[in-house]
Design a protein around this ligand. Structure first.
Ligand code: DHB
Length: 367
């Protein structure tokens, strides 16, 4: 087919390095979406171009530039970490190319370019929900422990403000390096402060190391609970965490055990296509991002640029996570946030949803 007969999607992801699980989940989800929905859209052949940015922001930006200039992609997509999305935003703006953020979750990302649309989530959405749950469930004194970059700082701030508003107390706020974190000295500090709970944000993939050290330091035996956003009990690795994860309560927009016909179908198809790999919230961000791209391409009849962008705004649909929409003003995702507890189901650990906060907009946007 000739160039103009193709609809190219430039998918830039960390496929190697410490955040490779994010890339693997999103690529698998995008390929599943294409397998289920066909590789023709608006009369054009869909071409998915996947590039590994190794989670280095300068590489993400260079790859995006090449995709726009050389490949003439209609849309940029992926963005496994906040700094990678921020680095690429000027390319989207300058080239008028829609940029679908499928993973990164710092609130301010959508404000970095009018061409950004987000299908992942925001940390403030998740953080506020668990800060409402905690004080009603015996957790009044908390130490926060977050990865020291955008989403961690959002997770800390929005949790803290809401917990204080609800009459709780934050005894200390600890930040650990984002790359190669050693949690031990921070967990020791938490132990010494004797809070009711430690509230944690670490990016997808880092939760297992935190859990292991939490158990090794006997935090649970010292009576300190672990709570957090759902990034910590990430479905990609939850089942390998062992008993320490059992009973942990988190807030998030997606669980692989979400009880809907659509999700059951999604999980079964994803596992079948990927040697039994369980989809996590990254996979769902990628799958829904493809949905937004396909439907926008159809509605704008294969046009790119602003027409494609406009057709992404305001989309309302059922996701494997539950109902969601793209807020037309903010271009950010609106969806339910669920409170979940890790439980054993059929011998496997799952995040079992037990309460729902409906249609949550990003609390970061109203400030
Ligand atoms: C981000 C990355 C993650 O892996 C995650 O779980 C949440 C946020 C980020 O960099 O924005």
């Amino acid at each position: 087919a000739m160039a103009q007969d193709k609809f190219k999607i430039g998918l830039i992801l960390p496929m190697t390095g410490p955040f490779a699980s994010t890339g693997k989940q999103i690529e698998a989800a995008a390929r599943l979406y294409i397998a289920q929905n066909g590789d023709m859209v608006a009369g054009k052949k869909v071409e998915l171009i996947v590039k590994d940015d190794t989670s280095a922001a300068d590489v993400t930006k260079r790859l995006a530039q090449e995709m726009v200039v050389n490949e003439k992609v209609s849309v940029l997509a992926g963005f496994g970490l906040t700094p990678l999305a921020f680095a690429t935003a000027p390319i989207a703006t300058q080239s008028k190319t829609p940029m679908v953020v499928m993973a990164a979750a710092t609130s301010a990302i959508t404000q970095a370019s009018p061409f950004i649309v987000r299908t992942s989530f925001t940390l403030p959405q998740a953080a506020v929900a668990i800060a409402d749950w905690a004080p009603n469930n015996g957790i009044k004194k908390v130490v926060t422990l977050v990865s020291d970059y955008g989403p961690g700082i959002d997770a800390e701030k929005f949790f803290k403000d809401r917990l204080l508003f609800n009459g709780g107390q934050v005894l200390d706020s600890l930040r650990v390096p984002m790359r190669n974190p050693d949690f031990a000295p921070f967990l020791q500090k938490v132990r010494d402060l004797k809070p009711d709970a430690v509230y944690v944000f670490v990016p997808s993939g880092a939760g297992a190391a935190l859990m292991k050290q939490f158990a090794e330091r006997g935090m649970d035996k010292a009576g300190i609970k672990l709570i957090g956003t759902g990034d910590i009990t990430d479905d990609d690795i939850l089942n390998s965490m062992g008993d320490v994860a059992n009973g942990v309560v988190t807030s998030h927009h997606y669980s692989a055990s979400h009880n809907s016909a659509l999700n059951k179908k999604f999980v079964a198809a994803f596992e079948k296509a990927n040697n039994g790999l369980r989809p996590n919230f990254m996979a769902v961000g990628g799958y829904d991002g493809m949905r937004v791209i396909y439907e926008a391409a159809k509605a704008s009849k294969g046009a790119g640029g602003e027409a494609l962008l406009d057709a992404m705004k305001g989309q309302v649909f059922e996701s494997p996570r539950g109902p969601m929409f793209i807020d037309a003003q903010t271009r950010d995702v609106v969806h339910n946030i669920y409170i979940r507890k890790v439980e054993k189901v059929g011998g496997q650990l799952f995040n079992q949803e037990f309460a729902t906060i409906k249609d949550v907009k990003d609390p970061g946007k109203s400030r």
